[in-house]
Write a protein that binds this ligand. Structure first.
Ligand code: SF4
Length: 303
């Protein structure tokens, strides 16, 4: 085992005032300075927080702001979302992309109604059992809606852990364990939000170290070496090109169907005008996922 790994292990097994204390204090000290003042950080409504976290899974904050308000107005509770026609949920999702998330959000709302008395569950494992909920979303909802002491690791926080805290590549369990340790006991939601804010504004793919408030505590900056965030757990790779992708074709058809039904031939043409085989496969996928239905030669949003 490398000496760096030993350092991290000592950090994780020490309780109370541990090796993370100076960094933790620094994060607390700069939290209000880096606060992005996001509307979902001002509510304690678990459903509104749950919706925001699902929307933020693959979409930027700027694009989520307006749809989040619209969605929460239309569907203010899990029950309201669970009972709505899927087409209405997909319409409210307009502009966010990855519509499979909207279908999963409704299925999760239906599970909340059937299994959790219409409430968002507060336990990480129960949250993980909901459709479309991965580790990030489960930990974020537990931390922000219920004040649980769990670390929230998005791509940027994954970079802070790898670069600033350990200067080493981390496995998923170690990144999760380390983030929970770093968050500490006092106001974990505030600490998690500060880490997300710091990561989003400074510890990006191209880091802004010169202006980063954590630079005096950052091990990578102090010790140098190759970027440890590359391939580290929680740090996602750049998305594939959107132009010409299946994602773009699916989005094109779903946007059209928000205006009304269309003939199957038209739908195929929208999906892939020069490639009937690809268009048919895409339409079949959308149908299998419940996002559209095809009846008597016409295509409509899933219902
Ligand atoms: S100093 Fe640079 S690498 Fe370190 S946490 Fe800040 S932005 Fe990230």
């Amino acid at each position: 085992m490398s000496s760096r790994r030993n350092d991290v292990d000592r950090t994780l097994t020490t309780s109370g005032n541990d090796e993370l204390t100076p960094l933790r204090r620094r994060i607390r000290a700069v939290a209000s300075r880096v606060d992005r003042d996001l509307p979902w950080s001002l509510t304690r409504d678990p459903w509104a927080i749950y919706v925001s976290e699902v929307m933020l899974q693959q979409t930027s904050v700027a694009r989520v702001l307006e749809p989040w308000r619209r969605f929460c107005d239309l569907f203010p509770t899990p029950a309201a979302c669970a009972e709505a026609p899927l087409g209405d949920v997909l319409r409210a999702w307009a502009g966010l992309g990855y519509p499979r998330r909207a279908r999963n959000l409704q299925r999760a709302a239906q599970r909340m109604v059937s299994d959790f008395d219409g409430q968002v569950p507060s336990d990480v494992e129960q949250l993980r059992s909901l459709p479309g909920v991965g580790p990030y979303t489960a930990h974020a909802v537990a931390a922000f809606a219920f004040g649980r002491r769990v670390g929230v690791v998005d791509t940027n926080v994954g970079r802070i852990l790898a670069r600033c805290v350990t200067n080493s590549r981390l496995s998923a369990p170690r990144a999760q364990e380390l983030s929970t340790q770093l968050v500490g006991r006092a106001d974990p939601a505030r600490m998690n939000q500060a880490l997300l804010d710091l990561g989003a504004q400074f510890c990006r793919a191209t880091p802004r170290c010169d202006s980063c408030p954590l630079r005096s505590e950052c091990r990578w900056r102090r010790e140098g070496g190759p970027d440890p965030a590359m391939e580290s757990a929680g740090v996602s790779r750049p998305q594939a090109r959107f132009e010409g992708s299946n994602r773009q074709a699916r989005g094109r058809l779903l946007a059209q169907l928000q205006l009304g039904t269309c003939r199957k031939a038209v739908a195929l043409n929208i999906l892939a005008p020069d490639d009937l085989e690809r268009a048919s496969a895409l339409l079949a996928d959308l149908e299998n996922e419940g996002l559209v239905s095809v009846e008597r030669g016409r295509v409509r949003l899933g219902s």
